[in-house]
Design a binder for this molecule. Structure first.
Ligand code: G1P
Length: 292
């Protein structure tokens, strides 16, 4: 069955980004000039996903405004002859159909995903965590969908991380199963470094079978008292089997200020209009010279 839908959990207070997240949802914070959630929807659309279920909380309506048409702005750009910018703005609402569901209580990532159950229905689906941005030649989720179609079981993105980072991630117990691929024996959320089954940490891209909703419905709180997606997937891995995909490309954790800054610098370096001045400025900064 084709993967046509994706769930994007975007609720949450964004406490690491206070004070700005008092009024701006975390997923709208810019990487240079484009919010992380834009990159997420773009990655999904490039992989053939047509419907996004965005899980939001009260006060985050600005997310839906971002993906709506803006006739006044578009007219103004048209009048000014800013055709290229106009085309880019017109393309945003066309990337995918986005539906919004509200997570009423912050009960954890697993709970957020389960709120999309009725809209996803009985078909495989993708999950994107907007804190994780990946730059690679091919959209990571597209490669994972190809793996999913080949192995016929859930596929989870992983990357090698330093041991000291495992306690903030989900970690898998891997059995090599091919190029960049592992069969998952079990997985654990936020283990102590000494208890971690490997240094392969979960990154926020998943292609899942709908069975995970049954596991989530059991609603057992796990690490840090929250309903964890990792726990439900551990049960899926043990019963149906599941695979991990060690994706190529560059990963940024934009869920923390330093990661957002690094991602912005990375994007700035790709941009002809920005790169020359930023490159020089960064070099000066790194060498302790007064900035210009
Ligand atoms: C979540 C998942 C975790 C995963 C991480 C990746 O944790 O629960 O398994 O490794 O995202 O970003 P969170 O960052 O919400 O604590």
């Amino acid at each position: 069955m084709k993967v046509r839908k994706a769930v994007v959990p975007a609720a949450g207070f964004g406490t690491r980004f206070l004070p700005v997240t008092r009024s701006v949802p975390k997923v709208l914070l810019p990487i240079l000039d484009t919010p992380s959630v834009h990159y997420i929807v773009q990655e999904a659309a490039l992989a053939g996903i047509v419907e996004i279920i965005m899980v939001i909380s009260e006060g985050q309506e600005a997310i839906s405004r971002y993906f709506r048409r803006m006739p006044k702005l578009e007219n103004a750009l048209r009048k000014r002859g800013q055709t290229e910018l106009l085309q880019r703005m017109e393309a945003i609402p066309d990337m995918a159909t986005i539906r919004y569901v509200h997570q009423m209580q912050p009960l954890g990532l697993g709970h957020a995903v389960s709120t999309a159950r009725d809209i996803v229905g009985d078909e495989p689906f993708a999950v994107f965590l907007p804190d994780d941005l990946i730059w690679s030649e091919k959209p990571t989720i597209g490669s994972m969908i190809e793996v999913f179609e080949r192995v016929g079981a859930s596929v989870i993105a992983v990357r090698e991380v330093p041991r000291e980072q495992v306690s903030s991630l989900g970690v898998i117990d891997p059995e090599p199963a091919g190029d960049r691929l592992y069969r998952i024996r079990r997985m654990v959320e936020k283990p102590k470094p000494e208890d971690a089954p490997s240094n392969l940490g979960i990154v926020g891209r998943y292609v899942l079978t709908p069975q995970v909703f049954d596991e989530l419905a059991r609603g057992r709180p796990g690490a840090i008292g929250e309903i964890q997606l990792t726990d439900a997937l551990d049960a899926v891995a043990r019963s149906q089997g599941a695979y991990a995909y060690r994706f190529p490309g560059m990963h940024f954790d934009v869920g923390v200020p330093a990661g957002l800054l690094k991602a912005s610098a990375h994007v700035a370096m790709q941009r002809k209009d920005v790169a020359p001045s930023v490159r020089e400025w960064l070099r000066d900064l790194a060498e302790g010279r007064p900035s210009r």
